[in-house]
Design a protein around this ligand. Structure first.
Ligand code: C5P
Length: 222
């Protein structure tokens, strides 16, 4: 491939999107939040009572779902059938259901297809769970992020509380553990480190240190 792809995978709330956004901004790459796509599909399923076990309904629903990213200041702005849903997809109902929806084979196939299209010719940073393994196995740089689960829960809790979400730290911890479990044990492209991915444990790293680390790794390709 002639365009550059940076794939960032890892557990929930490891700071993948923070690093991905910072990298995209620094390198003038396009940032794509693949998790937002699974979240938007989940929101559609919740709103329309699509049962994840109802195969025919799932397939039909996928045809009715149109997702679009609107690049603005390197934040995730996503629309679901032209409605801005960037805020709503972060709330608990979606977080609780998203791992079940993203375990569905047809859902994954459709998302991967769209993601590969987005990374066909432009320089991108994409974060998710299967970017280095399935979406872009030929990415020039793959980073697998991890951090202490307690630190992750605290970070996410602070983020949600600041937005006024009345959630408790325990609930956040449970949700992260639950999603990690489902994401790593599903049959269809489970969360696993690509053999050629570099591990980045950011438990004790600042955002600036993480950015330096990643920048150093991609520099030879620029
Ligand atoms: O990245 P984020 O935490 O927003 O992703 C939400 C959920 O979407 C994950 O817990 C996972 O179940 C699913 N996901 C996925 N594959 C991706 C990105 C996200 O299965 N590439």
């Amino acid at each position: 491939r002639t365009n550059l792809v940076i794939a960032i995978d890892g557990y929930s709330s490891c700071g993948k999107s923070t690093l991905a956004k910072a990298l995209a901004k620094k390198l003038h790459f396009i940032y794509i939040d693949s998790g937002a796509m699974y979240r938007a599909v989940t929101l559609y399923f919740l709103r329309n009572n699509i049962d994840v076990n109802d195969h025919d309904k799932v397939i039909a629903a996928l045809k009715d779902i149109h997702l679009n990213f609107h690049a603005r200041d390197y934040q995730t702005h996503i629309t679901l059938n032209d409605e801005e849903v960037s805020e709503e997809i972060r709330l608990m109902p979606v977080s609780e259901y998203v791992s079940a929806v993203s375990a569905i084979r047809e859902v994954r196939h459709e998302m991967v297809k769209q993601q590969q299209r987005m990374g066909k010719s432009k320089n991108i940073v994409m974060d998710g769970r299967d970017i280095g393994t399935t979406v872009f196995p030929d990415a020039q740089l793959k980073i697998f992020m991890t951090a202490d689960p307690n630190v992750r829960a605290e970070r996410r809790f602070k983020e949600l509380s600041a937005k006024g979400d009345p959630i408790t730290l325990e609930e956040v911890f449970e949700n992260l553990a639950h999603r990690d479990y489902q994401d790593t044990t599903r049959v269809e492209s489970p969360l696993v480190r690509a053999t050629d991915a570099i591990i980045l444990d950011n438990t004790n790293l600042t955002e600036a240190q993480q950015l330096d680390f990643a920048t150093e790794k991609i520099e030879p390709f620029l």
